[in-house]
Design a binder for this molecule. Structure first.
Ligand SMILES: Nc1ncnc2c1ncn2[C@@H]1O[C@H](COP(=O)(O)OP(=O)(O)OP(=O)(O)O)[C@@H](O)[C@H]1O
Ligand SMILES: [Mg+2]
Length: 258
């Protein structure tokens, strides 16, 4: 789906597909996300890192319009998640943590069902589903019931359903969590391939994943951003050159401030 709002020539050099402005979320009196701001340029792959409970999923849920921020705003392709939620959502493909699937459908049937739910033109359905099956490397299981698939395939089916409407922006919440190393590799390969065309925000606990697929990393801790830069800049802050070490140092430093 083309981002029409960004076709003005003066904006073509550095198109910002995601802007997040002082986004906050409280649950009763607990503040889960605190005045988070960042922007993501077209084609960037942003890795969202942080310990359990840091506020990554809450931030993603706000970006995708699934929960309402307590304050602040965000735009996707120029559309506000507060005031133009449906337009913003039309440009987003979202794979939540533990994304639900319809187990008793086969893969093709499921993707065709999601295609119809999106209200897309029926004459292009077969071709689009075929394209997505290929893109996510799930052609060989297209006629298999979802409940019989391995976790790795299920994860790629989740990714496929998020791509059906050809969104500009992908929000992927821990897409390789719980997969074996081979399946992690396969899912990352698909994401890497998608990054040629899409702007991606991916949350992960796996620091090597940031190195493998991201060109930028944001570390959150206690609802705040405590690092924003390239994976190389992150590594450079570590005396050992290990991402794990600097992750611990940065997040523990933030913990001490809270
Ligand atoms: N609906 C909710 N009601 C109350 N508290 C919530 C709710 N959703 C999230 N929280 C709390 O907000 C904080 C941030 O949660 P969030 O799920 O965003 O963290 P996360 O960084 O995604 O963690 P993880 O790495 O474990 O997935 C946590 O303390 C969590 O318990
Ligand atoms: Mg989470």
């Amino acid at each position: 789906m083309a981002c029409m709002k960004y076709n003005r020539p003066e904006e073509n050099k550095e198109v910002r597909l995601i802007t997040v402005e002082s986004l906050s979320k409280s649950f009763d009196d607990f503040s889960a996300v605190k005045e988070v701001s960042f922007q993501v340029g077209k084609g960037q792959v942003l890795g969202l890192l942080g310990p359990n409970g840091a506020g990554k999923s809450t931030t993603m849920r706000m970006l995708t319009g699934f929960i309402h921020p307590t304050s602040g705003n965000a735009t996707i392709c120029g559309y506000s998640i507060l005031h133009e939620k449906e337009l913003a959502q039309a440009h987003i493909g979202y794979v939540p943590e533990n994304a639900p699937l319809y187990d008793d459908m086969d893969v093709r049937e499921f993707l065709e069902f999601i295609y119809d739910l999106r209200g897309l033109a029926s004459e292009q359905k077969k071709n689009r589903v075929q394209e997505i099956l290929k893109l996510c490397v799930i052609e060989e299981v297209e006629l298999q019931k979802i409940e019989t698939l391995s976790k790795g395939y299920k994860r790629r089916v989740s990714l496929a359903q998020a791509l059906i409407h050809n969104p500009d922006v992908l929000i992927l919440d821990e897409p390789t969590d719980g997969l074996d190393p081979n399946q992690k590799h396969e899912v990352r390969k698909v994401i890497k391939n998608l990054s040629k065309e899409k702007t991606i925000v991916i949350s992960t606990h796996i620091l090597e994943e940031v190195d493998a697929v991201c060109d930028r990393a944001i570390i959150m801790s206690h609802g705040r951003i405590c690092f924003d830069g390239t994976p190389a800049a992150l590594k450079a802050q570590s005396p050992t050159g290990k991402l794990d070490d600097i992750f611990r140092t940065i997040t523990q430093r933030q913990e001490a401030l809270c």
